[in-house]
Design a protein around this ligand. Structure first.
Ligand code: ADP
Ligand code: ADP
Length: 232
């Protein structure tokens, strides 16, 4: 079964229908790319899965269980990690604190002291190939690409089942985009279901297994890589 499943989901803001009859299956070990022009409904889709907005029609299921998230915490507690483009991490907070942000209250990690958390953050980031010389520096000092990579590494370490990425490469150049795309693949290979929201069809095609195009709030295309053939 899909880890996240939308069936005929709709969302209205007053009389604006941002999403209509949207069905979408996110599977673990796959990268689902969601493409679409401005206003297509991509942000609204994320907000429903991330617990920022409740859907107004249809069914959202997580691990086969029908859900309506009324807060980001509920979504996170269901194993869904969401990384926003600009707000990937808290800019004024140190790198190591950011690594635990949102997870430090969970049972398994609540008992750790600062030194221990710093050590874990260092070990995990190093293991993932992210080298940050000074974990005490504020995350805002790092590049946008580094911040996205830390946020992805954190989601993998804390055992997220689903990773939602909101335009993670939109503000990045070619080189940084390549590094972030590599981490998106790492998350997929770690078994997460990745939802990769992007304007960039090239980035989608580089890493995606599954492609969904939204147009004016509806699904205009839903196809898998295996269904795309380059031969005539
Ligand atoms: P995208 O992320 O693809 O640009 P959005 O989900 O932001 O699309 O927007 C989908 C549609 O819903 C747009 O027409 C947008 O103007 C509208 N919309 C989004 N948020 C609101 C809101 N809070 N109130 C009214 N309309 C909204
Ligand atoms: P973005 O998709 O760029 O992150 P948001 O969707 O968060 O932007 O929009 C910023 C704010 O404006 C939110 O409170 C959102 O609900 C609201 N909003 C977005 N589009 C509209 C719209 N067409 N009409 C009214 N409010 C909107």
């Amino acid at each position: 079964t899909p880890v996240v499943h939308l069936e005929e989901v709709g969302k209205s803001y007053g009389n604006v229908h941002a999403l209509r009859g949207v069905s979408l299956a996110v599977r673990q070990g796959e990268i689902t790319c969601v493409l679409g022009d401005n206003g297509a409904g991509k942000s609204t889709l994320i907000k429903i899965i991330a617990g920022l907005h409740e859907h107004t029609d249809g069914v959202l299921s997580v691990n086969g269980e029908r859900r309506t998230f009324s807060s980001p915490r509920e979504s996170l507690d269901s194993g869904i990690a969401t990384v926003y483009q600009d707000l990937a991490l808290a800019p004024l907070m140190s790198v190591w604190r950011n690594f635990f942000l949102g997870n430090e209250l969970t049972k398994a990690f609540g008992m750790l002291d600062a030194a221990k958390m710093k050590k874990i953050a260092h070990e995990e980031l190093t293991k993932m190939g992210i080298s940050i010389p000074n974990l005490e520096q504020p995350v805002g000092m790092l590049s946008g690409g580094q911040r996205q990579c830390i946020a992805i590494a954190r989601a993998i370490y804390f055992g997220a089942k689903v990773l939602i990425l909101d335009e993670p490469t939109a503000a990045l150049g070619v080189k940084q985009s390549g590094v972030v795309l590599k981490y998106i693949v790492k998350a997929r290979d770690a078994g997460l279901g990745v939802v990769f929201i992007t304007h960039n069809p090239h980035h989608a095609y580089l890493v995606g297994n599954h492609f969904v195009v939204l147009k004016l709030g509806r699904v205009a295309l839903d196809t898998h890589r295996a269904d795309i053939t380059l031969e005539q």
